[in-house]
Design a protein around this ligand. Structure first.
Ligand code: 5AD
Ligand code: SF4
Ligand code: FES
Length: 344
């Protein structure tokens, strides 16, 4: 047996690897299929064959941050900005519930358009529909996180993006790595199910640094890990960078599954932007969640984080049917429950 196969076996059995071992897996290409198959087995054994759907509502593309990679950054003057009213957001959530979603993800750029009272009102109303609520609205104070939680929010997504401080601070002007970690720690302490994740293929990011990202997810004991390739956006300072590949993102995801066997891992939209079967391949390499867009109307086209974003011309009803047939097509089932993490 080669060293690589031994590392894959060790990860499948013990769910633990050193940084060096992860970096070796990421360097190798010969045994990629064995890695994906092992991640698929670990997924099946720990979280089963059900795929959880989360309905994503992109409720405002207004952002006061200037992340170098992101199309919604404040200094991108080409974006037509929008913000949905709380009433519209609640209406979209109601429709999502009618389409059979059990969770909605409320995502926006980081902004102060919505007051705390707005947020509490929306969360309360959506919660009353019997939906689980995931928030993804960026860095806030502990008090704000606590107020959202009390209002009924269940989960929170905040990617660390990269654990390499130098890269982090270069790409996030005016932001600090410490505060990012503070947010994640607060969210955990407040009882949220916490999701984090990283971008794969950032400028100057090394395989060792990606290994550190995976170990960070494990150390923090997060409940969800969403990751995908960095896709350069023409209207950002990183326009001429190379970006991440589908294969490397898939490998980082598969290793994440081996090391965090019971967490929820989405097959992300960015993966499908680089490979037309990206989400289904991801579901067969460790992922167990898909987050179809349930934003209605013309807004999806305006939520352009990166070019080539999928489903921007489709309706929520179409995506719901499309994703179900794809999931059934690979021999899996759409889950019937809310899909909380069941800790092993
Ligand atoms: N390519 C891929 N993902 C991106 N995101 C932002 N910009 C890009 C890009 N150019 C991701 C970030 C953020 C999430 C909402 O979108 O990781 O956390
Ligand atoms: Fe704003 Fe999020 Fe984009 Fe950063 S990644 S610019 S915080 S929307
Ligand atoms: Fe949107 Fe397939 S999930 S078109």
């Amino acid at each position: 047996m080669t060293d690589i196969v031994e590392i894959i076996n060790k990860a499948e059995i013990t769910h633990s690897l050193t940084k060096m071992e992860i970096a070796l897996l990421l360097t190798d290409h010969e045994w990629d299929q064995q890695l994906f198959m092992a991640a698929d087995r670990v997924r099946n054994k720990n979280v089963g064959d059900q795929v959880h759907l989360r309905g994503l509502i992109e409720f405002s593309n207004i952002c006061q941050r200037n992340c170098y990679y992101c199309g919604l950054r404040k200094d991108n003057g080409k974006v037509e900005r929008y913000w949905l009213t709380p009433a519209t957001i609640i209406e979209f959530a109601t429709k999502a519930q009618e389409y059979g979603y059990k969770t909605v993800v409320l995502q926006s750029g980081e902004n102060d358009v919505y007051t705390l009272a707005d947020m509490q009102y929306m969360i309360g109303q959506i919660k009353a529909l019997g939906l689980a609520i995931t928030l993804s609205v960026g860095e806030k104070t502990r008090d704000e996180y606590e107020a959202y939680k009390k209002a009924g929010a269940d989960r929170y997504l905040l990617r660390i993006e990269t654990t390499d401080r130098k890269i982090y601070e270069k790409l996030h002007p005016g932001m600090s790595f410490e505060n990012r970690v503070r947010c994640l720690t607060d969210l955990k302490e407040l009882g949220y199910e916490v999701g984090t994740g990283c971008l794969v293929g950032l400028p100057e990011q090394t395989l060792e640094s990606l290994a550190e990202d995976i170990l960070f997810f494990k150390t923090l004991d997060v409940d969800m890990v969403g990751l995908g390739p960095f896709i350069p956006n023409d209207d950002t300072p990183l326009a001429s960078e190379r970006g991440g590949t589908f294969m490397l993102s898939l490998k980082v995801m598969a290793i994440t599954r081996l090391l965090l066997p019971d967490v929820n891992i989405p097959a992300t939209t960015a993966m499908e932007a680089l490979n037309k079967d990206g989400r289904m391949i991801a579901l067969q390499s460790g992922a167990n969640v898909v987050m179809p867009n349930v934003t209605e109307g013309e807004y999806r086209k305006l939520y352009l984080l990166y070019p080539g974003k999928i489903c921007t011309g489709d309706t929520p009803a179409h995506c719901r049917g499309c994703i179900t047939s794809k999931i059934v097509g690979i021999g899996r089932r759409v889950a019937t429950g809310c899909g909380y993490r069941v800790k092993k």
